[in-house]
Design a protein around this ligand. Structure first.
Ligand code: SAM
Length: 274
């Protein structure tokens, strides 16, 4: 049994609407520790994975839907609030003309950097000052797809909990661990790392297919404009490049991460069909 639903919200001046809308700004995400996720399927997966749901905004009249009822039950469990509202208010919160029927405000999770442990089965991806939320979301999605453990954000990075990054992750934000640390702390972590730290960099001479990705692995990727800092390059056990056969001098960061992750996956889990 879930709680009776409140009256629908119809005014853009409503404090809950303003609060959810403010989650587009990093400042308010930091203050509240919340972030927005869109769509019934994404919110359901998050709830099933045990993420804490603070608010559920949904189209008035849909509270009895088969897919919405478990979300309302999760709200009860988490002490959150149900917010039935008009479509135009959902559009206002999401910033899209065709909003999803359901928007959830979830509690962020950050891995304690001191607890990042080498894992022989699942690799970590470290990103140096990643700036583009679309790139970060796409990398979360590919990390999830290739069974990576999580992502370490080094230095001043874009926020993985921004609306754009969460959207681009297509729900993967709920299935990868996220940690952030200054470059010096990453260098300390790297100094004690028992396995490979494979960095990708344009000046490298070794082909990315010619290194061993076995064991506890960190895959280190550079900033979109500047690449890896010299100190980070020095911390790598291997530096690799992807061949560029045409006129472009580099790959997009998310594409380069995907290409390398799939080579690592090919080696770590060879295909069974030949
Ligand atoms: C857009 S590139 C950065 C280009 C930058 N101008 C530079 O000099 O490194 C972003 C990141 O993707 C990876 N990357 C892209 N193309 C690559 C390639 N062909 N070989 C190795 N790494 C590559 C590297 O980690 C790089 O730092």
């Amino acid at each position: 049994m879930t709680m009776p639903l409140p009256d629908p919200i119809t005014s853009a001046g409503n404090a809950e609407v303003k609060r959810l809308r403010s989650l587009h700004e990093r400042k308010y995400r930091r203050q509240t520790g919340w972030f927005l996720a869109e769509g019934t399927r994404t919110c359901t997966e998050a709830v099933e994975l045990g993420w804490r749901l603070h608010r559920l905004a949904f189209l008035d009249g849909r509270g009895g839907d088969r897919m919405v009822r478990p979300l309302l039950a999760a709200l009860d469990r988490d002490g959150g609030r149900a917010l039935p509202m008009t479509e135009s208010l959902l559009a206002r919160i999401s910033g899209k003309d065709n909003p999803q029927m359901v928007l959830g405000a979830f509690e962020q999770r950050w891995q304690d950097p001191g607890r990042i442990a080498p894992d022989a089965g699942r690799c970590w991806i470290a990103l140096d000052r990643v700036r583009d939320p679309g790139n970060l979301g796409t990398i979360m999605r590919t990390a999830d797809a290739t069974g990576a453990r999580g992502i370490i954000l080094i230095g001043d990075c874009t926020d993985p909990y921004s609306v754009e990054a969460v959207r681009a992750s297509m729900g993967a934000v709920f299935n990868v661990e996220l940690a952030q640390m200054p470059e010096d702390d990453f260098l300390d972590l790297a100094a004690g790392w028992p396995g490979q730290i494979v960095g990708t960099a344009l000046p490298a001479s070794r082909d990315y297919r010619n290194v061993d990705y076995a064991g506890p692995l960190i895959l280190l990727m550079g900033n979109e404009q500047a690449g890896l800092t010299p100190a980070l390059m020095k911390a790598c056990t291997q530096l690799v490049r992807m061949p560029m056969m045409g006129r472009s001098d580099s790959l997009n960061l998310a594409v380069a991460t995907g290409v390398t992750l799939y080579e690592a996956l090919r080696q770590r889990h060879p295909p069974e069909d030949g």
